[in-house]
Design a binder for this molecule. Structure first.
Ligand SMILES: [Fe+2]
Ligand SMILES: [Fe+2]
Length: 370
């Protein structure tokens, strides 16, 4: 028993570190048995697939029962990072072709990710993210995590979301910080408090991203480029109209940009980085609850919390972040502040008294669009 291979397998037969020589050891179309695989494992350190068959390889992951979810996600993530790192490579000139290749490559990764995310709660996605290895460049890991949370939240918010819509949410998450490639890495990777001048430069990234995307996008069948462009442009708008660049308010901000903003915020304060300590899920959600209706969409946020399992509230519900907290930026210390007693109001959690009081599969998208 075995499975018919959808792609060729190669090994690197070169003994030189710098020169690679790939030899095909198993052809596409033949049945690979468990015995063959065992032999390969013993004989070769690493197996390879060709660039041109990467999509076939990624597509085969979802049906592969030998791999754990974490391993599958790791492979998908590595593939997305390869494209993102080429895009963010300061030595490479940004061209229409480069953007097109990145979107096509990332699309393959995101489409495979849809299978992994399907039916998963936010807590499942969070566990998966925690098990993945992370890289040194904040923007890559952050973008991939935001993509995963955005897909999970969007599928929860819109019960009948199509695969194409979930892929759009994922691609929007991956590319939301596109504009940062026009900003020096010293500023975007600076975990310390930014000077006013640097903060103004950073605040320009949604506009820079939109301009790059608008000028260089090429129509691609099945991809909603208009929505991705709005995610790039609107992910720092605040629900109460205090965000940037256009101070859009409420439902004038695209639904998927509001989804991305929640994913962005949650990842920034809960994912372990080399910089700051992270908050527990409970503390993070209590702090986010104080930003509901201000920084983030309260209905979507409730939807998000109903997808977190076994939540026990014991958190910092009298702590908050300012509306201008930037989740896209690394922080050495999270700028969490105590709310003075005179200003303390009951936050969304206390008002509701419990999570799960909102029917999760209510179609937010429809309700919002009405
Ligand atoms: Fe951003
Ligand atoms: Fe971000």
């Amino acid at each position: 028993m075995g499975s018919k291979m959808l792609f060729d397998l190669y090994v690197n037969s070169s003994t030189h570190d710098v020169r690679e020589h790939f030899v095909r050891i198993f052809p596409k179309g033949q049945v690979l048995t468990a015995y063959d695989l065992d032999i390969f494992r013993q004989k070769y350190h690493q197996l390879y697939v060709s660039e041109t068959q990467r999509d076939l390889y990624l597509a085969s992951l979802s049906s592969n029962t030998n791999l754990t979810e974490t391993k599958k996600t790791e492979v998908i993530k590595e593939s997305a990072i390869k494209y993102l790192s080429t895009l963010f490579d300061a030595k490479k000139q940004f061209t229409t072709e480069l953007l097109h290749d990145t979107i096509s490559g990332c699309r393959e990764s995101i489409e495979s990710m849809v299978h992994v995310i399907k039916g998963k709660d936010i807590s499942d996605v969070q566990k998966l993210i925690g098990d993945l290895s992370f890289h040194d460049f904040y923007t890559y890991d952050h973008s991939i995590n935001v993509a995963m949370y955005s897909m999970a939240l969007f599928q929860a918010a819109k019960g009948n979301a199509s695969k194409a819509e979930i892929v759009t949410a994922g691609l929007g998450g991956l590319l939301h910080d596109l504009g940062k490639l026009k900003i020096s890495t010293q500023i975007i990777n600076n975990p310390d408090k930014l000077s006013d001048k640097d903060f103004l430069i950073i605040k320009n990234h949604p506009r820079l991203g939109k301009e790059l995307f608008e000028k260089n996008k090429l129509a691609m069948s099945g991809i909603d480029l208009g929505t991705i462009e709005r995610i790039i442009f609107e992910h720092h708008e605040n629900f109460n109209g205090t965000g940037y660049p256009n101070q859009l308010e409420g439902e004038n901000i695209h639904l998927m940009a509001r989804v991305t903003a929640i994913a962005d915020f949650f990842d920034a304060i809960t994912t372990k980085r080399s910089y700051h300590e992270v908050l527990s899920t409970e503390d993070a959600l209590a702090i986010m609850a104080n930003s509901a209706s201000k920084k983030i969409d309260p209905v979507l946020f409730t939807m998000f919390t109903t997808r977190v399992k076994n939540l026990v509230l014991n958190g910092k519900n009298h702590f908050c972040v300012k509306d201008d907290f930037d989740p896209c930026q690394p922080h050495r210390v999270l700028p969490v502040e105590k709310i003075p007693p005179s200003k303390q109001e009951h936050n969304l959690f206390e008002k509701e008294n419990k999570f799960g009081s909102v029917k999760a599969d209510g179609d937010v998208a429809k309700k919002k669009a009405a």
